[in-house]
Write a protein that binds this ligand. Structure first.
Ligand code: NAD
Ligand code: DAU
Length: 339
């Protein structure tokens, strides 16, 4: 039986990963370790909180003693590190916590993995470590593209990637790094482009488009990202880095157009606002390596993915309203106070 420690498993991608593993790999024990920052939401996993193969533990990845205790107690054989501060805008207004969690936190997990001889460390990184592409360029990011991060968020993620490689080189920690493009899908916190625009449009609020709105992202449905991470965990040789992309390059205005059309809302809701400082113009992923070597490919195209995503938000208004009111942050106490 596999026994995995998933950090950040109450966040957007982490909770989708936990759900996928519990549903599709019943022989796997999932220990879900999350600090429950503003981005962590246990309501993402309501139906799995009493699942026999899922154990949730609240804690900080910077707490080395607790991480080591968990590894020992649960005989963990792999760590999948999703935990992070993940929002670029927040890294511009307050970079420090990005260094604490994304750099010091990753270092702490690596020390524990090394000292406890954890068999595999899968680190979830991002295409943003490569920097920005020009709109008119044909090029995409490959695994050989040198890191050139532009925001405090991407700089902290690139620093963590270097640490992971250094622990592999110096102490033979068996690692993989994945670098994915922009994810979308159910349970994404409504501060990121797609859920923010859905939520605002549903409430008749303005849609704040940064600058000219012609920035390009390569959209990947979250389930496909999770399936790729599982492949990396179970099939990749140690020391390999994999780009994961959706082959779905869209401008922000194109994405917003689809959302407004589907919700039957007017384009007059769009409001161009001051641009994000240092805004990366375009991200595009060359995912050939994982496609060739691990036989993975995205299964959900943009049209299907965005429709599924909009449907999910329409069907889960309570989830959205609990986030808006802050009630989602009371859920942990309610669920765990008597345990
Ligand atoms: P998220 O912000 O939704 O979730 C992050 C989770 O980490 C939350 O549950 C939060 O409570 C937890 N966390 C934060 N600090 C912690 C700490 N110190 N200790 C323990 N837990 C902590 O993020 P996401 O969008 O799900 O992203 C997950 C990972 O994937 C991140 O590493 C991110 O850099 C990477 N990534 C995200 C995307 C994307 O489009 N969202 C794309 C590529 C890579
Ligand atoms: O590429 C992977 C990265 O994608 C991940 O590593 C990050 O964790 C994730 O947050 C995401 O970063 P982006 O900055 O690309 O995502 P965000 O949803 O914040 O913004 C997407 C685009 O939309 C970007 O060009 C900025 C723009 N935008 C965003 C918001 C929140 C707007 O125009 N208005 C907005 O209100």
């Amino acid at each position: 039986m596999r026994r995995i420690l998933v950090t950040g498993g109450a966040g957007f991608i982490g909770s989708n990963f936990v759900r996928m593993v519990l549903a599709e790999h019943p022989d796997c024990l999932v220990v879900n370790f999350d600090k429950l920052t503003y981005a962590g939401n246990l309501e993402n996993l309501t139906e799995f909180l009493n699942h026999p193969k899922h154990k949730f533990i609240k804690g900080d990845i910077c707490d080395g003693a607790l991480v080591e205790k968990i590894i020992d107690e649960h005989r963990i054989d792999a760590i999948i590190n999703f935990a992070a501060e993940s929002h670029v805008d927040r890294s511009i207004t307050g970079p420090k916590v990005f260094i604490e969690t994304n750099v010091t936190g990753t270092l702490t997990l690596l020390e524990a993995a090394r000292d406890k001889k954890v068999a595999r460390f899968v680190h979830i990184s991002t295409d943003e470590v490569y920097g920005s592409l020009a709109l008119e360029e044909d090029a995409k990011f490959t695994e050989q593209t040198p890191p050139s991060p532009n925001s405090p968020y991407s700089a902290s993620k690139a620093a963590a990637d270097h640490l992971v490689k250094a622990f592999g080189h110096t102490w033979d920690v068996k690692y993989n790094i994945t670098r994915s493009s922009n994810n979308y899908g159910p349970y994404q916190f409504p501060e990121k482009l797609i859920p923010l625009m859905i939520n605002n449009a549903l409430n008749g609020k303005e849609l704040p488009v940064y600058g000219d709105g012609l920035y390009v992202r390569d959209w990947l449905y979250v389930y496909d990202h999770c399936a790729a991470v599982w492949k990396v965990l179970t099939e990749a040789p140690p020391g390999e880095v994999y780009n994961i992309g959706g082959c779905n390059e869209k401008t922000n205005l194109e994405v917003i157009d689809v959302i407004l059309g589907r919700l039957g809302k007017p384009k007059s809701l769009i409001k161009h606002v001051t641009d994000r400082p240092g805004h990366d113009r375009r991200y595009a992923i060359d995912a050939d390596k994982i496609i060739q070597d691990l036989d993975w490919k995205p299964s959900v195209g943009f049209e299907e993915g965005i429709n599924k995503t909009i449907d999910w938000y329409l069907q889960n208004e309570k989830w959205l309203s609990n986030v808006a009111s802050g009630d989602y942050q009371k859920y942990y106490e309610q669920m765990y106070k008597n345990r």
